[in-house]
Structures are given as C-alpha cells and as structure tokens.
Design a protein around this ligand. Sequence first.
Ligand code: NAP
Ligand code: 8YV
Length: 316
Amino acid sequence: MPDLLVIGGITDTMHARLEAEFTLHFMKDIADFDAWAAEHGSKIDAVATNGHDGVPAKVLDGCPNLKVASAYGVGYDAIDTDACVARGVKVSHTPGVLNAEVANTTLMLLLTLYRNFRADEHHARSGAWQTKGNAPLSHSPDNRVIGILGMGRIGQEIAERLQIFNPTILYHTRTKKELPYEYCADLTEMAARSDVLICITPGGPSTEKIVNAPVLEALGPDGMVINVARGSVIDEAALIEALQSGKLGKAGLDVFEKEPQIPNALKEMENVVLLPHVGSATHETRAAMGKLTVDNLLQWKKDGTVLTPVPECAHL
Ligand code: NAP
Ligand code: 8YV
C-alpha cells in the first residue's frame, strides 16, 4: 500500500477510508519533522492536508518521492504550487462542495450586521428588555448596493442567494465575467458605490491587502465590509483604524491575518461580528469536503490522476 502522511486533523470517516488503502503516518510537531523525515520521509507517496497547514517546505524537502497532495478546502494559498509543480507533485483541493455553506455564512454575517442581532441577543439574554425597554431599531438589508470582490464559484453563489434582498450587485475581479451583474474595473470606485463590500477571492500575493485604507474609507461611515476570503485580503491594521475612527461603519469577519489570533482591538469593538473561520464548518459540508479529499487520493492510487486538481497542477 502507498504511504500517506496526514497533516492536521481528519474526520473518523476519512480515517477509515484512508486506512483501508494507505499506510498512514501522522505529522505531529513540525519542529520534529526533519528527524522523522530522515528515517521515514523517502517512503511517503502522498499527503493529506488542509487549507491552513498546506504543504510546508520541510515536507517537500523531507519527502523526495511525494507524488500527490490532497487538500481539505478550496483555498490553497498555504501551498507553494510552483514548488509542487517543479517536483511533479499533483495538488488537489475541494472546489464547489462548500459554495452553499460559505454563501450562507456570508448572508448570516450580512443580516447580523444590518439587524444588529448581536446587541439584540444580549438585550434579550441580559434582562435589559425588562429593565430598559425595547431594543433600539436596526436597519434593513433590503435594496442595498452590494460589491463583491471575487466572483468565482462562491461569489456567484453569494450573489444568487442575496437575490431575496433585492440588491444591486457590483463585482470586481481581474477579468470581466459573462454574468448579469455590473463589472467594476476599479475596486475603490466599486467600494465608493457600495453599502457593503463582500470579500471572496483567494488569498496569496495577488490579493494581499487589496482591501486597503482607501477602499475601506470609500465604503464610508455607514459602509460595511465582510471578509469570508482570507485574512490577508484586508489590511487588518487599516481596518482597525477605519472602524475605530468611524471612517468605516461595521465589519463581519470570518478570517484574520494571523489565525487563530484575533487582535484585541477587533474583539473590543461593538460594530464588529467575529467568527472563528467557520464559513464551511457544518457537519454536512465538511463531510462532502472530506469525501472529495479522500476521493482525490483514491483516484490517484487507481490511475495516477486526481479528480479536482488546483489549476496550476491540471497539466501534470
Ligand atoms: P474561485 O472560483 O477560484 O473564484 C475566485 C474569484 O476571485 C474569481 O472570480 C477570480 O476572478 C477572483 N480573483 C482572483 N484573484 C483576484 C485578484 N487578484 N483580484 C481580484 N479578483 C481576483 O474560488 P472560490 O471557490 O470562489 O473560493 C474563493 C476563496 O474563498 C478561496 O480561495 C478561499 O480563500 C476562500 N474560502 C473561504 C472559506 C471560509 O471558510 N471562510 C471557505 C471556502 C473558501 P479573476 O481570476 O478574473 O480575477
Ligand atoms: C476551511 C476554507 O476552513 O476551503 C477553504 O478555503 O477556508 C475552509 O473551508 C479550510 O480550508 C480548512 O482546511
């Protein structure tokens, strides 16, 4: 049986399916990896990993016979695909199966921000309803201008699910798409026209801090930013400054620059909703992601191909 190195946690179902087809090895502490790899690294044919841990350079160096890396997640900014291609390592990910869940999470952030549900929940739970009377009024999510940064699989699902709120949808990407939404070539101009900016691009160098101070300030004091992409997409220091100074109204964040750390400044603000990177984190969606992660490895074992390669590895 081929040897598979598992990086990070896997579900019991994934474990059972993989154990039947591969000899499993589990990465414990990356600090001890070199010593482990000196003895076992050359046996490793395959890696199962996730979007957070990726495939560290130490693993590529320490496993010279690695042929395939299957990632549990669609974003693969933690994987150096150039280095993988150079070594002939096929990288796969889990596109599509999480679109609906991430779109649901985005809509829940949008509703929580507009309807002020965090404060309302506290009002109900704390007894303030009895002692102080009714909670303050909030704002409606209906009829808003919503700018979407990134209009791929998930961006399109978000736009479709938003339709119940009768929005005007704008979007910014590097290339215009054949879609019934207005394309904006300039991100700052799109932000200036939007009530809400939803970020759903990949991470990595091309989107690093693309949402910077001018973009955030263009959204304005009544504007909102929602980030379900990667923490690296927003300049977090500029975001904190804009929220503290009132240049930006509110933020809904599922992702952060240095996960799992969240800056105290963000935790202390009432106009921010924070989630611990749970965009896809339901039993149903994670089961689908786990299935595709394993299916890719089984396909590779069968015929050397993977079902859903990342685009950079599609030619391998
Ligand atoms: P996708 O189908 O590849 O779509 C990516 C979109 O981003 C495309 O429209 C692309 O259009 C645009 N884009 C890429 N680089 C850009 C740039 N430099 N500037 C502007 N637009 C850019 O990917 P997806 O499946 O929708 O997933 C998107 C990302 O969501 C993932 O990579 C991941 O980081 C994140 N995600 C987060 C969670 C979560 O739990 N919060 C869950 C799943 C995914 P162009 O190529 O034309 O620019
Ligand atoms: C996961 C994600 O939380 O798919 C992605 O890109 O960010 C999330 O679905 C992450 O990948 C876990 O591995």
